[in-house]
Design a binder for this molecule. Sequence first.
Ligand code: GLN
Length: 536
Amino acid sequence: MTKYIFVTGGVTSSLGKGIISASLAKLLQARGYRVTIQKFDPYINIDPGTLNPYEHGECYVTEDGAETDLDLGHYERFLNTPTSQANNITTGRIYQNVINKEREGAFLGKTVQVVPHITDEIKRNIRILGESGKFDLVITELGGTVGDIESLPYIEAVRQFRWEIGYSNSLVIHLTLVPYLSAAGELKTKPTQHSVKTLLEYGIQPDILVCRTEHPLNQDIKRKIALFCNVNASAVVESIDASTIYDVPLLMLKEHLDKTVLTKLKLPHKNEPDLESWKDFLGRLKNPTAEVHIGLVGKYVELPDAYKSINESFIHAGAKNECKVRLKYISSEELTAKNAAEKMQGLHGVLVAPGFGSRGIEGKIDAIRYVREHNIPFFGICLGMQCAVIEFGRNVLGLKNANSTEMDEKTKYPVISMMEEQKKIKNKGGTMRLGAYACELKKGTKSAAIYGKTRISERHRHRYEFNNDYLDQYEKAGLIASGINPENNLVEIMELKNHPFFIGAQFHPELKSTVANPHPLFVNFVAASLANSRKK
Ligand code: GLN
């Protein structure tokens, strides 16, 4: 029977529930349990697909094409197992399902209410993953902070759910903050006490408290929190700031979080978790033998969360190459043909980021021209690849003002154009080309050599594509399609001949890089940048 772990947050947002959930899941997985994590987000959008990255950070895309919260990226990177739509549910989706049922007549004669109809729908979504038979443990992270109006139905659903399945089949971990007041020279437990009191008002007694802190919690503090919050002292877990998120599983192991969880759920925990490969990764991450400087050209550079998966992919690829990747964020809006050399000085490789709309597009194109002409390793992702096509069209093929129809609908040379099936779509949410698609790599290309195989599958999120009318012209001049979608002939990945590394991918490789499986395109791009740094 599947057991359920709920993770709630108190005191403030941004405590890192996602990382704590992923770290606990990692420990349980390393003990041989089959674990998954799901996240409930209490906002009304159906999914984060229509949110600006400034609002919400990156939108993470799953194999089955769900646009989801970036925490799902952490779950996959830590566990190395894919998530799906069922792993991320928003209030909007819960209400949409209930309202659809109401229209179908499922509640005929009844008033449809938050309790029981919304809470029932939340409980149904908690059960979906557990009932799949694929998991021993399902960790459910509740977004938001306890006490928020919008979190209430979730807390109530968890209360009911625990009562229904029994208290030894589920537990609640509450994540709180223990702030340090420097004027008093003390760690303060009161915010934790108050947030537990709030949970108690809603009928939930947390089993374990994970306390975020900048300073170690001594036994006295732990005992005090335990006494006032009605938990065992061993259930008060210190979560001290870590230098990397990948340290957190080991920090939680030191605090016996996994053992405490398994004891409370009455599950065996005889063997220690097998974390050999994780430790090996950490060893390489923390002991680099070289350093490489890579530029990330994008328009959301003020907010690193906007490029979360790209960042983490570089961490995985850096560790694999035993080198420290230093990323320099370059705002594409501030980059011009004139200052490109100065902006990219000292960089050993340049990545041009995904994006939407025309803001900053010319800067991306200027950056690509510079790295193409100066033999600097280049990696373009989605819009980054499309910009490489535009740049090559304008500056090599002489297609004056070539563009994507996203930026210029009337361009004379639409080298990037809207996909046929996208043209009739009017709605914005969930209507892009989303999720995993197969791609056939051409034998003998650099891309095929990098993957070490010709049949690959990668995830997508876009509306525009390479315009095949121009393919011959491009290939003759050296920018070749190294991978094609076998079903619809779309160009999925391109590479430039006679360049140390010049690859553009229409898909998003960053969504599939994990600690256990660093993505080969990132690993090779870092290796090429490293080789370039040694040449200088
Ligand atoms: N805006 C481009 C498109 O829709 C690229 C999208 C992206 O970079 N994810 O095709």
